[in-house]
Design a binder for this molecule. Structure first.
Ligand code: FUC
Length: 801
C-alpha cells in the first residue's frame, strides 16, 4: 500500500552549526534558520553578494607559446609542456587566489550577514521542534517556555522578494525580543524610517576596496505592544504576533540579478511593496500584520507549488522511520536500517533546493546554492565548470523544473563575449571558450595553475545544457536563441584541434583530465596532456548537437559538413591493456587511482555514447574503471557514481551509493579523498565541506534509476524512454509522477514487487517514441493532449525492436 510521503525535515533540538540549520530561499534571497530558543539566528544571503570585479585576466600573446606547448606534447615531453603552460599559458594575475579569492579581483560569493533575535525568555523550554516543510517551503520552530507556546514560521517569497518571519505566542503580550543585523566585515547598521534597521556596506573589489554596494533592511509589524528601532537594534516588547520582513539588494549589474544602481532604494521599494495596501487592503500597516502575513504566505505557497507540485515520489517502507527526527534517520541508515522514504525525501529536497536557489532572471546556483555564512566561502563559492555547476542543473529537466535551468543558460550566454577574447588570446581561435572556473565577472581565462587550470572543456561541458534544454522541451524558439552560442563554441574547438602523431586523430591540446595526474613511462607525474578522453567525448557530443540543431533550424549546411568530417576524426574511446576505459590518449597509470573525478566516464553519464545495450564492450570497460576507482569519494563524486550505476542498470549498487551519500557526514574539514563525505544533519551534501552539487546530483541519480531517456543525433530514431531501468530490490513498491524525458514526455510510473504495474505517458508533441522495459522495446505514437497508459503485458506480447 502506498504511504503518504512525509515531506518534512525535522529535529528535536536547535541547530548549533550552519549545516544543521534549515535553508529557505527564493532563488535570490536566502535564509538559514537555526531555531535557537533564547537566541535565534538566521544567516542571510543575496546571491549577487560577490566581492571582486571585472578584470582582463587573459595573458596577452599567450597563443605565441601554443605551438611550442603542442610540439612538446606531440613529442611526449609533457613535463616540459606543463612547465611552459605554467609560465606562459595560465591566467594573468592571481586567478582564483588558489580558491581563496575574496580579496583578489576574481572575488568570492559571500554571506549577506545574519539576523539575530534575542528573546526575553526565562527558564527552560520544552516540547521543542523545528522543521522544514518541503510541501510549502516554510520552516517552523515551536517550543514551550513558562507555560506559553511560542511559534516562529519563516519563508522566502519569490513574488514579494522578501524574507518573512512570523513570531507568535498563545498568551497575549508575551512576544518580546531584540533584533540585530550584522556581518563579519564591511558593514554599518543604522535605524531608518518606519522603525526599520538598515545594514549597508561595500565589498572588496580586489583592486581598491571599492566593490559592490549592498543593503539589507529589517522591519517589524505588530498590532499590539511596541516596536522601536535605534542605534542598538530593533526592539519589540509585549507583542502577540509579530511579522518580520527582510529585503536586500546589491548594485551588481551583469547578466542577471536585481539590476539596480541603488540597493538602498531597491531594498526599500521591495519592503514598501511587501507591506503595501495591495497586501492588506487598507488600514495602518502595523494593525494589519496578520493579514499581510497571510497574503504574503498564500502568494508564496502558490508560487512555490507551481514548481514543486509537478513531481511526487513514493518509495514504500520506512513509515516508522519517518516518525524519527531526520538526523536520527541518517544514523539509522548508516547502521544498516532500510529507509526508502528517506531516499524519496532526499530526492524532493534536491528539487526544493533548486527551486529555492535558481529562478529565472537570477544568477545560477553556486557551489553552496545561495547559502553561505562566510566572507571566504570554500573555493570562492563560484561556478566550477569541470562538473560542479553542471551537476547543480542535472535535475532541472528530468525532475520537471525546466524553467529553473534558465539562470544557467544565461550564464553560458554571458560567457560568449569574454570567452571570445580568451579564445583569441590563447588559441588564436574563433568562437568562445571557458576553462575551469567562472564568476559573475565573466572570468573565462585558464586557471592559475597548470595542474587544473588548463582544462579546456569548461565550455563544451556547459554547452550540453544548451542542447538538453531543447531536447526536453522541443522549444524551437529557444533553440534559435541557443544555437549561435552552441555553434560558436563548436567553432572554437574546430579551430583548436590538432593531429596527434600516432594515429592522426584530432585532439585538444593542451588540456587536463580534470583534476587527475597521470604517470609518464619514466615514472614522473604530470597533468598537462593532449586529447584526454573526456574532451573527445564532449566534442562528439557538442559537434553532434550542433549538427542536429542546425538541421532542425535549417541553417549552416557547410558548417554541418565540417563538423561531421571533424567528428569522425576525433580520438575514439579506448580500452586499455587493463580492460578499463582509458582516461588519457595513452594508457598512463593514474596519479590517484581513486580520484574523485571520473572524467573519462562522461560518455556514460551525463552523455550517453556508452550504453550497456549499444556499446557493451565500452560499458564493460567503464564498469571496470568504476570498480578500480572504488565507491568512496567526495559528496559530488558519490552522487555521480549513483548516476553511472543507474546508466549501467545496476540499481542495487546505485542504492548502496545513495546510502553512502546519506551517511552522516564528518565536520566541515576539507577532504578530497572521500573521508567525511555524506550528508549533514540538514541533508546538505558534504564534500566536505558543504557543497550543494551532491544534493542535485543525488536527486538526478534517483530519477535516473526510475526513468531514463536517450535522443542522440546520429541514431535517427525517435526518443527512447527506459522505464525502471535501475530499480533496486530495496524499492520493491512505489510510484513516481511527473518525471520528464528527452522528446518532451511527462511520465508517471507505478510498480509493485519490483515490477511495472502501469506507466502513463503525456507528450507535449504528437509523435513516435520508443519505450523500453525489462529489455523489451515497443514503439508508440503519442498524441499531444491524450494520455497513453501502458502495462507490462505490452512489452511481453510485442516483438523486440
Ligand atoms: C573541483 C573539485 C573539488 C571541489 C571543487 C569545488 O576542484 O575537484 O573536489 O568540488 O571543484
Amino acid at each position: 500500500m502506498s504511504t503518504q510521503p512525509d515531506l518534512r525535515l525535522w529535529y528535536a533540538q536547535p541547530a548549533t552549526e550552519f549545516t544543521q540549520a534549515l535553508p529557505l530561499g527564493n532563488g535570490r534571497l536566502g535564509a538559514m534558520v537555526f531555531g535557537g530558543v533564547e537566541q535565534e539566528r538566521l544567516v542571510l544571503n543575496e546571491n549577487s553578494v560577490w566581492s571582486g570585479s571585472r578584470q582582463d585576466a587573459d595573458r596577452p600573446g599567450a597563443h605565441q607559446s601554443l605551438g611550442e606547448i603542442r610540439r612538446l606534447l606531440q613529442q611526449g615531453r609533457n613535463i616540459e609542456a606543463q612547465e611552459l603552460v605554467m609560465n606562459a599559458f595560465t591566467c594573468l594575475g592571481s586567478g582564483s587566489g588558489h580558491g581563496r579569492g575574496a580579496s583578489v579581483p576574481f572575488g568570492c560569493y559571500q554571506t549577506l550577514g545574519s539576523l539575530h533575535l534575542r528573546f526575553q525568555h526565562d527558564g527552560a523550554f520544552e516540547d521543542y521542534v523545528r522543521q522544514l516543510d518541503l510541501s510549502e517551503a516554510t520552516s517552523l520552530v515551536r517550543y514551550r517556555c513558562g507555560g506559553v507556546t511560542f511559534r516562529r514560521e519563516a519563508f522566502v517569497s519569490a513574488p514579494d522578494q522578501t524574507i518573512v518571519i512570523r513570531i507568535w505566542a498563545d498568551r497575549a503580550g508575551s512576544v518580546s525580543f531584540d533584533a540585530a543585523l550584522d556581518r563579519p566585515e564591511r558593514f554599518a547598521v543604522e535605524p531608518a524610517a518606519d522603525d526599520q534597521l538598515l545594514m549597508s556596506g561595500q565589498l572588496d573589489n580586489g583592486v581598491d576596496g571599492k566593490g559592490l554596494r549592498y543593503a539589507a533592511r529589517l522591519r517589524a509589524l505588530s498590532g499590539a505592544g511596541t516596536v522601536h528601532a535605534d542605534e542598538t537594534g530593533l526592539h519589540v516588547r509585549g507583542a502577540d504576533d509579530v511579522v518580520l520582513l527582510v529585503t536586500a539588494a546589491t548594485d551588481y549589474r551583469g547578466f542577471a540579478g536585481r539590476n539596480t544602481d541603488d540597493p538602498l532604494a531597491a531594498s526599500l521599494a521591495d519592503m514598501d511593496r511587501a507591506c503595501s495596501g495591495r497586501r492588506h487592503g487598507g488600514g495602518t500597516t502595523a494593525a494589519m500584520a496578520p493579514k499581510i502575513y497571510a497574503a504574503l504566505r498564500e502568494a508564496h505557497v502558490a508560487d512555490y507549488r507551481r514548481f514543486f507540485g509537478r513531481v511526487s515520489l513514493t518509495l514504500e517502507g520506512g513509515v516508522e522511520a519517518s516518525a524519527r527526527p531526520t538526523n536520527e534517520r541518517l544514523v539509522a541508515v548508516a547502521r544498516g536500517g532500510s529507509d526508502p522514504a528517506l531516499m524519496a525525501l532526499y530526492f524532493q529536497y534536491g528539487r526544493y533546493l533548486l527551486i529555492s536557489s535558481s529562478r529565472p532572471g537570477g544568477l545560477p546556483a553556486n557551489l553552496q546554492g545561495i547559502w553561505a555564512d562566510q566572507v571566504q566561502t570554500p573555493w570562492n563559492g563560484d561556478w566550477h565548470l569541470d562538473i560542479n555547476v553542471q551537476m547543480n542543473y542535472w535535475p532541472a529537466e528530468a525532475c520537471n523544473l525546466s524553467e529553473l535551468h534558465e539562470p544557467m543558460l544565461k550564464l553560458i550566454e554571458s560567457l560568449q563575449e569574454p570567452g571570445a577574447r580568451t579564445a583569441r588570446a590563447y588559441y588564436n581561435a574563433r568562437g568562445w571558450v571557458a576553462h575551469v572556473i567562472t564568476n559573475p565577472w565573466g572570468f573565462t581565462s585558464p586557471g592559475e595553475h597548470a595542474s587544473w587550470g588548463a582544462t579546456v572543456s569548461g565550455s563544451s561541458w556547459l554547452c550540453e545544457h544548451l542542447w538538453e534544454h531543447y531536447a526536453f522541451t522541443l522549444d524551437e524558439a529557444y533553440l534559435r536563441w541557443a544555437y549561435p552560442i552552441l555553434a560558436a563554441a563548436g567553432r572554437f574547438y574546430l579551430d583548436m584541434l590538432i593531429e596527434e602523431p600516432r594515429h592522426g586523430w584530432l585532439v585538444t591540446a593542451p588540456s587536463n583530465s580534470p583534476e587527475n595526474a597521470f604517470i609518464l613511462p619514466d615514472g614522473r607525474g604530470a597533468y598537462v596532456c593532449m586529447g584526454p578522453t573526456i574532451d573527445m567525448q564532449q566534442l562528439r557530443e557538442l559537434f553532434g548537437n550542433c549538427i542536429r540543431a542546425s538541421e532542425i533550424l535549417g541553417v549552416d549546411a557547410e558548417f554541418r559538413r565540417e563538423l561531421s568530417d571533424t567528428r569522425r576524426r576525433l580520438a575514439p574511446n579506448q580500452v586499455g591493456p587493463d580492460g578499463r576505459l582509458q582516461e588519457w590518449l595513452e594508457p598512463y597509470g593514474e596519479g590517484d587511482p581513486h580520484h574523485r573525478h571520473c572524467s573519462h566516464m562522461y560518455g556514460l553519464h551525463p552523455y550517453d555514447e556508452i550504453t550497456p545495450d549499444e556499446t557493451p564492450e565500452l560499458a564493460a570497460a567503464a564498469r571496470r574503471s568504476l570498480e578500480a576507482r572504488g565507491d568512496a569519494g567526495t559528496g559530488w563524486s558519490l552522487a555521480w557514481k549513483v548516476n553511472f550505476r543507474a546508466r549501467l542498470g545496476e540499481g542495487d549498487h546505485a542504492a548502496k551509493l545513495l546510502g553512502d551519500l546519506l551517511s552522516p557526514a564528518g565536520d566541515m574539514a576539507l577532504n578530497y579523498s572521500g573521508g567525511g563525505s555524506g550528508s549533514y544533519a540538514n541533508l546538505f551534501c558534504a564534500h566536505p565541506p558543504f557543497q550543494i552539487d551532491g544534493n542535485f546530483g543525488g536527486s538526478a541519480g534517483i530519477a535516473e534509476m526510475l526513468l531514463q531517456s536517450r535522443w542522440r543525433h546520429e541514431s535517427g530514431h525517435p526518443p527512447l524512454v527506459l522505464l525502471l531501468p535501475a530499480l533496486p530490490a530495496a524499492w520493491a513498491g512505489g510510484s513516481v509522477r511527473g518525471l520528464r524525458t528527452r522528446g518532451a514526455v511527462t511520465v508517471d510510473i507505478d510498480w509493485r514487487d519490483g515490477r511495472l504495474v502501469e506507466a502513463r505517458l503525456n507528450a507535449d508533441r504528437s509523435g513516435p517514441v520508443r519505450v523500453r522495459y525489462a529489455g523489451q522495446t515497443i514503439c508508440l505514437t503519442l498524441d499531444a493532449g491524450s494520455q497513453r497508459v501502458i502495462g507490462p503485458e505490452e512489452f511481453i506480447s510485442s516483438p523486440a525492436l
